[in-house]
Design a protein around this ligand. Structure first.
Ligand SMILES: O=C(CO)COP(=O)(O)O
Length: 494
């Protein structure tokens, strides 16, 4: 596409759209400013820039709803605009699957993890066939096929949730970048875009009457080790905390290749992620070694841990979830001071079912809830305290495994889900910001007042800039901020 499509830039109101067909999109959801409509914009913009260069994804939306077009690789469609007063929504997670069944469909149903038929799908059957019975997999003789709604109930041995009315906990949204992105400059870009999004969030925009940003969810990024100092420097003052993806168990000495917890704290890290299933599977970490590292972290005042637990698909299918979690927690928390967990909240548990990591198979809200309840249950045994002490304690349990902006709301709705540990979707500033929004929405403690006039009044006067170079990046942003190194400022594209 040609840079000539870029007409002008000014702060605060505009957005770049994308080289993709967004004609079915009608949302004007704004990941930057919250849920209010800022303008008639499409949701995607896979180009953004740094270093004074400008990249825009082909179609530029303007605040008054008109759109310019240009030619790019592939098909370009102009996104549909939505009504200025529309309230964009995030869609909650599907808790059921719709399965198409015909006479040849074998029974039990061929969808992997077991399940239960709960209804006919209204999408294709206006009413269930007469002979149809809930729980039945058989296609009634009056039909050649039916669609059925299938839920996957969790393992039957899962205990009920502890008593409701647990004290509110501050949610956490954590991004585990794993071994990504491949270069430092891409990491720096992503960090800057995150800052842009989150600074806007906490700019008086969402909580105009409240200058205490700590009321929103806690946000933590876990970049690879080589990017830690960039992350700490760039995220300083943004409210986003930084953590390491793992650490060693020793405090110093002849341990080539190791990283001590105290070193991480001295750099400015707030968290350490421990016990991730990828560390267990690929690098031989065990509950015992994780326990050593965890105790090392707790010996360093100021450092917190996100401890991952979770079962494999096979274990899930065999109803072993509760047992696996119990074993992992007792191994990893062996000889750990219970008050550091229950009173000081220094250990966050991340429930990450291995079958949901990187697979797109997100646990249903009820599956996540059941597992989190099992974790609470197990903690009282492991920490030798009552269920009441656990459920009233400062412990937080977050869910990880294919979390996306579309699924986070359903998961967060569950009483014992206190946040999300996000892998793939945290590599995209837009997705991660929307996940933050979903988490925030579900957080009871706060009724948001959105300052709609911030953009309507257009207090920012337009400035003309000239694009000298256009650079595609891998971001798929709803609203791409354009970072100018020359001006040390962010601009929005209109
Ligand atoms: O492992 C995870 C976070 O630690 C989850 O990864 P995904 O969100 O990519 O499934």
């Amino acid at each position: 596409f040609s840079p000539s499509m870029i007409t002008r830039y000014h702060r605060g109101t505009a957005v770049a759209t994308a080289l993709r067909d967004t004609s079915s999109q009608s949302s004007s959801y704004s990941p930057i400013s919250g849920r209010e409509k800022r303008s008639n914009f499409s949701t995607y913009a896979p180009y953004s820039t740094i270093d004074g260069r400008v990249g825009v994804g082909g179609v530029v939306g303007s605040p008054n709803g008109s759109f310019g077009t240009g030619m790019g690789a592939g098909t370009m469609m102009i996104s549909s605009s939505s009504s200025p007063s529309s309230t964009p929504t995030l869609h909650p997670a599907k808790s059921h699957d719709v399965v198409h069944v015909d006479r040849a469909t074998p029974s039990p149903p061929p969808f992997g993890r077991g399940g239960r038929i709960v209804d006919c799908a209204s999408s294709s059957s206006s009413s269930p066939p007469k002979q149809y019975a809930i729980g039945s997999w058989e296609v009634p003789s009056s039909s050649s096929s039916i669609d059925v709604v299938v839920s996957r109930p969790p393992s039957t041995t899962i205990p009920p949730s502890p008593p409701p009315n647990r004290p509110p906990r501050r949610p956490i949204v954590a991004g585990n970048w794993k071994l990504n992105p491949p270069t430092r400059s891409e990491a720096v870009t992503l960090l800057r875009l995150l800052v842009a999004n989150f600074v806007n969030h906490r700019d008086g925009n969402e909580y105009p009457d409240d200058d205490d940003a700590s009321d929103g969810p806690e946000v933590v990024i876990f970049p690879p080790l080589p990017y830690l100092s960039d992350a700490i420097r760039i995220l300083e003052g943004s409210g986003i905390l930084v953590g390491a993806q793992d650490c060693g168990m020793h405090d110093g000495g002849a341990y080539t290749g190791e990283v001590a917890p105290s070193m991480l704290l001295s750099m400015g890290c707030s968290y350490v992620l421990l016990g991730h299933s990828e560390r267990r599977v690929h690098f031989g970490e065990t509950d015992a070694s994780i326990n050593m590292a965890l105790r090392g972290c707790l010996d360093v005042p100021g450092l917190r841990v996100v401890l991952c637990v979770g079962e494999t698909l096979e274990e899930y299918e065999n109803g072993m979830l509760e047992r696996v979690i119990d074993e992992q927690l007792s191994g990893c928390l062996n000889n750990v001071d219970a008050s550091a967990i229950l009173r000081d909240g220094r250990v966050v548990i991340a429930y990450e079912p291995v079958w949901a990591i990187g697979t797109g198979l997100v646990a249903t809200p009820s599956q996540a809830q059941a597992a989190h309840a099992a974790i609470l249950n197990s903690l009282s045994r492991v920490l030798r305290c009552t269920a009441g002490e656990v459920s009233d304690g400062a412990i937080r349990i977050i869910y990880g495994g294919s979390v996306t902006p579309d699924t986070v709301l359903g998961i967060m709705d569950m009483p014992d889900v206190d946040g999300a540990l996000v892998g793939g979707a945290s590599l995209n500033a837009d997705s991660f910001t929307r996940i933050y929004d979903g988490t925030n929405d579900a957080y009871d403690g706060k009724k948001k007042v959105i300052a709609n006039d911030r953009f309507a009044n257009d207090r920012f006067s337009p400035r003309e800039l000239v694009a000298t170079e256009v650079m595609p990046t891998k971001n798929a942003l709803g609203e791409s901020p354009v970072w100018s190194d020359r001006d040390q400022a962010l601009y929005w594209v209109s």
